[in-house]
Design a protein around this ligand. Sequence first.
Ligand code: NI
Length: 267
Amino acid sequence: MSLDHLLDNLWQEYTGRNPHALKIYQLFTARGETVINDHIAFRTFNNATVNIEQLAKWFKNYGYIEKGSYNFPVKKLIAKHYEHEDEKLPKVFISELLTEKFSPQLQTIINQCIVKMTANPIVNSETMLYSGNCWGPISYSTYKALLTESEYAAWMYVFGFCANHFTVLVNELKTFNNLEDVNSFLLGNKFELNTSGGLIKGTPDVFLEQSSTLAEKRRVNFIEGTYEIPSCYYEFAKRYPLTNGKLYSGFIADSADKIFESTNVST
Ligand code: NI
């Protein structure tokens, strides 16, 4: 495979599961925009089989380098971001849940999922990055139990490994002046936006402003029946130049903390 092929497969899988992201992308291109992807985000657990390093290695194979690390003490997550020397390529943001900070029940559920996928040869290929649920039939009561402790754990249990979101780099849009205009355009087209921490997370002072849609609900088959579960969202980022004139390329933990809530069941 090539990096282009991997990025394309990730986009196809993501837009297949989240048609609203494709609709927004098409609305931008219909205005004559060329949509540049700022970053792709992934979620995982801190288990040695599937932790950040295990996901990052497929991108490192194509020349990506670790550039930043982040802490989310309330959600009990850590994250790292990776960049390619070709600045046109998207950054990669990978977070992992610190499972030992949760109940023994949660740890058991997650460990059982990981054990089931360890035997799956997909773990040893980059298609693992968009392999979804690798642990077979899922239970709605287990999902609800996970929800009481961690929205992130519950989301991972249902959706597994995939691009959690793609991100439009607002700086490269020619027909919008700023992120406010992008948000107004989306609201005007009846898309729902994440309001946690305000429509726009971050300020020019921290060199990054972000907004996002609310995750689209998908019908998911559980052992007990079919239920609608928030899937993924589309993000919009405007970056500001540092004193050296280069655009800030990192992430802001306080803002990302709120963006994570785009997949919450109750916001
Ligand atoms: Ni993001």
